[in-house]
Design a protein around this ligand. Structure first.
Ligand SMILES: [Zn+2]
Length: 99
């Protein structure tokens, strides 16, 4: 949604974007991996401020609240978070190694 404002007796028109959507960053703030899936990562970022993999993995985990620093997975579920990060790191490595 946007609104139109005029200044200087209508000589300057400014169209202000008043949507609450923040632009999706290139990297997830929490796991630091790149956002890859434009639609799912974007939706997860708008809802929780994280990528869709972080969101999907911890959506139903009790006590997780992405907006509260003390309730993010690396604090609430550290072992599960460490396993998740190892898995993400493994999946990000190339399958074929050229020597
Ligand atoms: Zn993430």
């Amino acid at each position: 949604m946007s609104s139109i404002k005029s200044f200087q007796d209508g000589r300057v028109i400014v169209i202000v974007d008043e949507s609450s959507n923040k632009p999706t960053p290139i990297f997830c703030d929490v796991c630091k991996f790149p956002m890859k899936n434009l639609s799912e990562d974007s939706q997860s970022f708008q809802k929780h401020g994280v990528c869709s993999r972080c969101d999907g993995r911890f959506t139903n985990y009790p006590g997780i609240d992405w907006n509260t620093e003390s309730a993010i997975p690396m604090n609430v579920a550290k072992d599960m978070w460490d396993d998740y990060m190892k898995e993400r790191l493994l999946l990000s490595k190339p399958i074929i190694n050229f020597k």
